[in-house]
Design a binder for this molecule. Structure first.
Ligand code: HEC
Length: 209
């Protein structure tokens, strides 16, 4: 790229503006070098999706479920939320969102996401795990692993389609998270005793390559 020529009479504001534009352009070039088409790579897209999902999940758990069900005891959170006039569990809220995304046709980027763990309370969740996902979930949620609490990325092929798979930690961000899980009747014998900040599972994001 040519060195930009800044007009001598440019004001400070224009110079700063121009400098940021140059920075933007050069960043853009860096991204396009990675993907070859001027866009962001699957890794970056998945991380951006994760940041939004994890933030929304935290807000729902802390400001809706924990506040109303645990602190103020105004309404319960229950798996059979409709029958019990209760709040959706955070995992159900998350899945409803994922299903909405699935229902959007002709997406620019065709991604899917789900919430899973190596110790699922919902046995149906366990059936959906591929060996790659199991590997990634173990990596982000095993305390001795170098990926504990960090992202784990991999690739897998399902029905002939190659996917980027990003697995990101799902943490115990509100007391409602660990109290509900630690007391749940579906816990198996090896179920951990979760506490604040622990990784309880993973957010799995898949993007076709
Ligand atoms: C009121 C009870 C309750 C609360 C609060 C709750 N969970 Fe869950 N969680 C469940 C149940 C039950 C499931 C299985 C539900 C399903 O998949 O339909 C589940 C599912 C999950 C899963 C997917 C794997 C599995 O166990 O099936 C993860 C990971 C998880 N929860 C983590 C959390 C975190 C982190 C929080 C706090 C942000 C939280 N949960 C809050 C009860 C709860």
């Amino acid at each position: 790229m040519k060195t930009p020529v800044i007009p001598k009479k440019a004001t400070l504001a224009t110079t700063v503006g121009f400098a940021s534009l140059v920075t933007l352009i050069s960043c853009g070039e860096k991204e396009s070098a990675a993907t070859g088409d001027g866009g962001y790579g699957a890794d970056q897209v998945a991380e951006a999706i994760y940041n939004v999902l994890a933030s929304d999940r935290k807000v729902y758990a802390q400001k809706i479920v924990n506040r109303l069900a645990k602190d103020e005891k105004v309404i319960a959170a229950h798996e059979e939320w409709k029958e019990n006039k209760a709040l959706l569990l955070p995992a159900q809220m998350f899945r409803e969102g994922a299903e909405e995304v699935d229902s959007i046709e002709d997406k620019e980027i065709d991604f899917t996401y789900s919430l899973q763990s190596t110790w699922p309370l919902n046995y149906e969740n366990a059936k959906k795990k591929t060996p790659k996902v199991e590997e990634g979930l173990l990596a982000v949620s095993t305390k001795e692993s170098e990926f504990y609490g960090k992202k784990w990325t991999g690739e897998e092929t399902i029905n002939g389609v190659d996917y980027f798979v990003g697995i990101y930690p799902d943490r115990a961000v509100a007391p409602a998270c660990w109290t509900c899980h630690n007391e749940h009747e579906n816990r198996k014998e090896d179920y951990p005793e979760f506490k604040k900040g622990d990784v309880m599972g993973g957010i799995v994001i898949r993007i076709p390559k």
